[in-house]
Design a protein around this ligand. Structure first.
Ligand code: NZQ
Ligand code: ZN
Length: 390
């Protein structure tokens, strides 16, 4: 087990009716001019926009707006928002939306203090030295962006999707009201749940795992996602289901679970980010297609023990069966969950993706070397895994 430092300073308001009185109070701690940022308008349909505006108007805070953030957010739209921040000398950013809006806002926060294209901050051409404070109101349980310091941004001109991570980008405050996720479509509920599950699995399937306590927590989180995703999919207004998914989404990727793991590479995410970068597909769907193929590819006598534990503790498979049988069954159960219970597409061909870019995508992940992960991966392996997804 490795040493680690753990610190998550994000304050969480969880549950219903938490905005009133608290949102303005929290914004005022950081200034008087707020930029409200949101996506394509779902927050207006569900009445959240009005609620936010009314709450802020009851204070002396000046509100500016930037809307239209797209899923798989682009650096170009973030540059536009940064311009507003500079012109109006904004003090605080308020993100209202899913991971795309929150990730964009993180880069807006950093962009306020950078004179140049924000893409430079993503590709580490320039370092993030300072950032505006960020407050979020989460509307979709998936990415965990509400409680971590990562921003994932796309450059559609170069087909790149990359991330930057620093504690400077951690939200100061996040409001998590499960009710605002009632309107999330079945498809986005399924994709979001696949994403949460993947965040836990990327950590769980690690080479060393010397902390039983964390393994047990992760198994509990995975069972939570599997149980409640199915319920939320069928009953979108089931509070308990939405609440469990929401809190699981934050804890899956706020750094808590991954502390003792080395190497820390999230290999399925690397594969998926290439798919989103080239084909603009939904992140969770890409993960749902890639993850079972990756697990099949790296299953062998050396890795089987991890699958065995996963099969027994997460899926309840009979521990008396041979290890390899349990391992294979665990992947089958995962597929059943993703493709039958959540009705997600199980292949890339249905998304009109063929093998024409696989070599280039693999090259971008591994170059001529290898990526160290649960099992080390080279270019040739990546191409094989992508081909298995067709
Ligand atoms: O744009 P609006 O109108 O808000 O609609 C969105 C969007 O169309 C809609 N939606 C959100 N909340 C809703 C709602 N519709 C109805 N009711 C609501 N309450 O859902 C659609 C998808 O939204 P998006 O924000 O794109 O989804 P998600 O939260 O899954 O975010 C995905 C992005 O986050 C990145 C992904 O790569 C992707 O770019 N990730 C960020 C991570 C992080 N910051 O740590 C880690 C993840 O692994 C991931 O890479
Ligand atoms: Zn993810």
């Amino acid at each position: 087990m490795n040493n680690f430092i753990y610190e998550i300073p994000t304050k969480i308001y969880f549950g219903e009716n938490q905005l009133q009185g608290n949102l303005s109070k929290e914004i005022e701690k950081y200034g008087t001019k707020v930029l409200l940022v949101y996506g394509g308008g779902s927050i207006k349909k569900i009445g959240l926009y009005e609620e936010v505006i009314n709450e802020i108007r009851s204070s002396k805070i000046e509100i500016y707006e930037f809307s239209g953030i797209e899923p798989n957010p682009r650096h170009t739209e973030i540059n536009e928002a940064v311009q507003i921040c500079k012109e109006k000398d904004i003090d605080v950013i308020l993100a209202v939306g899913g991971g795309s809006v929150i990730d964009s806002c993180k880069l807006i926060c950093a962009g306020k203090y950078y004179d140049g294209d924000v893409w430079d901050l993503i590709i580490k051409k320039a370092k993030i030295e300072k950032a505006l404070p960020l407050i979020t109101i989460l509307t979709l349980s998936a990415t965990g962006s509400e409680m971590n310091g990562t921003s994932v941004i796309s450059n559609m001109e170069t087909n790149e999707k990359k991330s930057v991570k620093t504690p400077l980008l951690l939200p100061k405050v996040s409001f998590l009201n499960p009710k605002v996720t009632y309107s999330v479509s079945k498809y986005q509920t399924a994709c979001g749940s696949a994403d949460i599950l993947s965040h836990i699995m990327e950590t769980y399937f690690a080479r060393n795992s010397g902390l039983y306590m964390l393994d047990t927590v992760m198994e509990g989180l995975m069972k939570t996602v599997i149980k409640y995703a199915k319920i939320a999919y069928i009953e979108p207004e089931n509070y308990e289901a939405r609440a469990n998914l929401m809190w699981a989404s934050s804890w899956a990727i706020n750094g808590f679970a991954r502390m003792d793991k080395e190497p820390n590479t999230w290999i399925c995410h690397l594969l998926e980010h290439q798919l989103s970068a080239f084909y603009d597909i939904t992140h969770g769907l890409g993960l749902a297609i890639v993850t079972p193929r990756y697990l099949k590819y790296v299953l062998n006598e050396d890795t089987v023990d991890r699958y065995y534990q996963f099969g027994i503790n997460v899926w309840g498979i009979d521990s008396n069966l041979p290890k390899m049988e349990v391992a294979k069954k665990s992947i089958e159960y995962l597929e059943e969950f993703l493709y039958k219970d959540l009705n997600l597409t199980d292949n890339l061909t249905d998304l009109n993706i063929d093998n024409s870019n696989f070599e280039e995508m693999a090259n971008r992940i591994c170059g001529n070397g290898k990526v160290e992960a649960f099992v080390d991966i080279r270019k040739v392996d990546v191409v094989k895994i992508f081909n298995a997804c067709l």
